[in-house]
Design a protein around this ligand. Structure first.
Ligand code: KG4
Ligand code: ZN
Length: 347
């Protein structure tokens, strides 16, 4: 039952935060279908994700999202050879909804259940899109909850080279956008304002961790300086100038860490993953840097930047192919699951 079939069909569920997503992956045909239901509107009034509301919404939407992805791929549940799900990290309630759904479905279909590490899925999805990308590589993971520089040695084998000491990059975008009165999640809206800035004067912001020799990140001082500048100089600059200033500072900080890590790992390509990988200014800055030091940089397609089940289905297949089926049905979800401990599967 657990052997990898010749033409497997993997159905995957992602429910770690505020996107309810399902995907169907047919690796033999290089076909990946996905549906995403975003809960953004549900949480907008609260300025952030409310875990209890997120759980209830996943429960309500999951069935329909699975139905739509099956219909999009012209397949039925009978075609499914394994069910994958996000085991962690993420919010415990939302994870439990996805895990219980996937568990029940795999049991009913009598097919393997494949647990997936959400962050590993973020950084391996570019392997689906770019056939020349293989291990080892460096990964910059930039999302609403994470900002990490990772050495991806091989599938399942990761070393954390640097991480944020306080806020994540996406959180910095969101919090500064909130200061400007933009609705949650403010990151993409702030980026839009910044990209429309006509070159000119803009507020001065500090450089985080100046002179710090590590590969760590820090965004909370920047956010405080931004809020202060907004209060003091509100009348002196346009919203576009404020948005440009903070986007420029965040992107500059991320790029400076990438330059540093490339000097220690000269041959390695870089994968940029997570919601903030959708940021055009970051893409341009890292592409320019890559060109200047003759390195390769891979960005996922925009549909695989924010949370999606396509990356879960793809990562589940990589593990099934390499390591077979592991884990038991009684396994807990893992809201906190350091990527370095990914293969310690007994917990
Ligand atoms: O990976 P993701 O969907 O969810 C997790 O946090 O796991 O990332 C969402 C984050 C939010 O903070 C959002 O504001 C940010 O990614 N984001 C952006 C852009 N698109 C999404 N930040 C800046 N520019 C963007 N274009
Ligand atoms: Zn994510």
């Amino acid at each position: 039952m657990t052997d990898l079939p010749l033409n497997p069909c993997i159905l995957a569920i992602e429910s770690s935060c505020d996107e309810t997503s399902a995907a169907v992956y047919l690796p033999a045909r290089q076909q990946l279908f996905q549906e995403i239901y975003s809960q953004v509107a549900l949480h907008a009034d609260y300025g952030g994700v409310v875990p209890e509301l997120a759980s209830r919404s996943h429960l309500e939407k999951l069935y329909g999202v699975v139905e739509s992805v099956l219909s999009q791929s012209s397949l039925t549940l009978q075609d499914v050879d394994a069910v994958a799900y996000t085991r962690g990290p993420g919010l415990v309630g939302p994870l439990l909804i996805g895990a219980s759904y996937a568990d029940a479905l795999s049991l009913a279909l009598d097919v393997p259940l494949l647990p997936v590490h959400h962050l590993e899925a973020h950084i391996t999805i570019p392997m689906f899109e770019f056939s020349d990308l293989c291990f080892p590589f460096l990964a910059l993971l930039v999302s609403g909850g994470h900002t990490e520089l990772i050495l991806a040695k091989d599938l399942g084998h990761y070393e954390l080279l640097g991480s944020t000491m306080d806020d994540a990059a996406g959180e910095a975008f969101d919090k500064c956008g909130k200061v400007m009165g933009l609705e949650y999640p403010a990151g993409p809206k702030l980026a839009q304002l910044a990209d429309a800035f006509v070159p000119g004067e803009y507020p001065d912001l500090p450089t985080p961790l100046k002179g710090n020799p590590t590969l760590d990140f820090s965004f909370s001082g920047l956010k405080t300086a931004f809020a202060r500048s907004w209060d003091l100089h509100y009348a002196s600059y346009s919203s576009n100038a404020f948005a440009y200033a903070i986007q420029h500072a965040i992107v500059h900080h991320l790029t400076s860490r990438v330059k540093k890590v490339w000097s220690s790992y000269p041959e390695m390509p870089l994968v940029v993953a997570g919601g903030v990988a959708a940021n055009q200014c970051l893409r341009t800055s890292l592409s320019d840097t890559a060109k200047s030091v003759q390195r390769q940089v891979f960005f996922p397609d925009l549909c695989y930047c924010t949370d999606n089940a396509g990356m879960i289905a793809h990562n589940a297949y990589l593990h099934w192919d390499r390591f077979g089926v592991w884990g038991s049905r009684a396994q807990r979800v893992r809201p906190r699951w350091p990527i370095e401990t990914l293969l310690s599967r007994d917990e």
